[in-house]
Design a protein around this ligand. Structure first.
Ligand code: SAH
Length: 425
């Protein structure tokens, strides 16, 4: 199989023809065309770089082909591509340059976000001196492309270790041979990261600038987290919430509750401002890591293993009150079909939290369901406020951190909502 991918990645002659609906998608600058819109793909190998044509044979650009995904092609260029590994290397360098401009106060952030960085099927994250990558498509799995990715990351970032995190389910769906997560280069797979250091003391951490070797810059006020390349959910941390952690800390006060706290991302930032912080999560390993993170920061927080829905109801019934509550549940709507149920779930959760908040309290409420749009999420929180008979003032309407770019024509790149509200009672 790997041999076949090597050959296919370098085989540039193959072409696919699209239906008019497929052509319309590309003209709207969405990079995906579904299999049902491919009218001809003769002798195209898995992972091939293909020339894309309309039904009359007019050249539209170059795409990466998958023989198994419903998303049959992902555009990589609107021109010709003679050397895919070289193009991938160039795009990685551009993605790094973009972060150099826009990412501040952290040594942990996403370096490449797949389609949003014009590199469909590739995700790269930096965790201080450890870099992780994830390969999600046949084309990106080809040996020459992998080699270009590794070499570029090594040259540009000079990390102490590069870890490949394997999503076994995705490899199976892409009909790629199974692999285990492993160190691809260097020796280091775990480290300590620093977030929002400069923000809290009003300065800038140098860690955001990756010139030369990776340095962490001014870490004195940063919130620290342990990172292990072989543990945790997603790529291990929720980097997309990084700027929202700092924003939440600006308003947080009093007694705080971080429902769905995972390894303590919000909780540890709240602890810089609040008298007490309780984190709730249903995952024991996540809470064990959260406690280690608390120790690392010299903080004393309370962690509760349990179902946040039940706990919020119990607390409301027991007349418990909080000044700050963060809600960051897992995606309720994984598919469009789940939408109604998901909206109901978000409403219920927000309603329970609102019942617990004192006047002047802060609600930080998030949705990472792509299928729940920004206006729908606002609507659901407004419904909860109506049912709770409370007035909510929206102070910040936020999304993912800038290292998770949003392409307006690719709605899938915009999936995270984070609202910060004050209960005016
Ligand atoms: N706020 C976190 C990310 C949360 S991800 C951060 O910024 O790092 C969602 C978390 O919800 C996961 O840690 C998962 O273990 C937890 N979870 C899922 N269902 C839950 C439930 N019913 N009650 C409490 N926690 C739950």
């Amino acid at each position: 199989m790997p041999k076949k991918s090597v050959a296919s990645a370098l085989h540039l002659g193959a072409s696919v023809r699209l239906s008019s609906r497929g052509v319309a998608r590309l003209q709207g600058r969405h990079p995906w065309v579904y299999r049902s819109d491919i009218v001809e793909a003769k002798d195209v190998l898995p992972g091939a770089t293909v020339r894309v044509l309309d039904s009359r044979g007019k050249f539209l650009g170059t795409a990466l082909y998958s023989s198994s995904s419903q998303i049959a092609i992902r555009m990589i260029s609107h021109g010709s591509v003679a050397d895919l590994p070289a193009l991938v290397a160039e795009r990685i360098r551009a993605a790094i340059a973009y972060r150099k401009e826009l990412v501040r106060n952290t040594d942990a952030y996403r370096i490449v976000f797949s389609e949003a960085d014009f590199l469909p099927g590739l995700i790269v994250d930096r965790y201080n001196d450890v870099v992780t990558l994830q390969i999600l498509t046949q084309a990106m799995d080809a040996a020459p492309v992998r080699e270009a990715v590794l070499q570029t990351l090594r040259e540009e970032l000079q990390p102490a270790g590069i870890v490949e995190r394997v999503d076994a389910r995705i490899r199976e769906l892409e009909q790629l041979p199974p692999l285990s997560s492993r160190l691809l280069w260097g020796e280091k797979s775990s480290t300590v990261i620093h977030m929002n250091g400069g923000h809290m003391n009003g300065g800038h951490m140098n860690g955001g600038h990756m010139s030369g070797r990776m340095t962490s810059g001014d870490e004195s006020n940063a919130v620290r987290f342990h990172y292990d390349g072989f543990e945790g959910q997603k790529t291990g941390g929720f980097l997309d919430q990084r700027e929202n952690y700092a924003a939440a800390a600006v308003y947080a006060h009093g007694e705080a509750l971080d429902a769905f706290c995972y390894q303590g991302g919000f909780a540890l930032h709240l602890a810089t401002k609040c008298a007490s912080v309780t984190g709730v999560d249903s995952s024991r390993p996540a809470l064990e890591m959260a406690e280690k993170n608390a120790l690392l920061n010299g903080r004393d927080l309370e962690w509760i293993e349990g179902n946040a829905f039940d706990l919020l109801r119990e607390y409301a019934a027991g007349n418990r009150r909080y000044d700050t509550i963060v809600l960051d549940p897992p995606a309720f709507a994984k598919t469009k079909r789940d939408l109604e149920k998901a909206l109901g779930g978000y409403k219920e959760l927000n309603l329970r939290a609102l019942k617990l908040l004192r006047p002047g309290g802060i609600l930080v409420t998030c949705s990472c369901s792509f299928h729940v749009g920004a206006s729908e999420f606002l609507g659901v929180v407004a419904d909860a406020a109506r049912d709770a008979h409370k007035s909510l003032r929206l102070v910040e309407n936020r999304g993912a951190a800038k290292d998770h770019p949003i392409l307006l024509n690719v709605p899938e790149t915009s999936y995270l909502q984070c609202l910060i509200l004050i209960v005016s009672d």
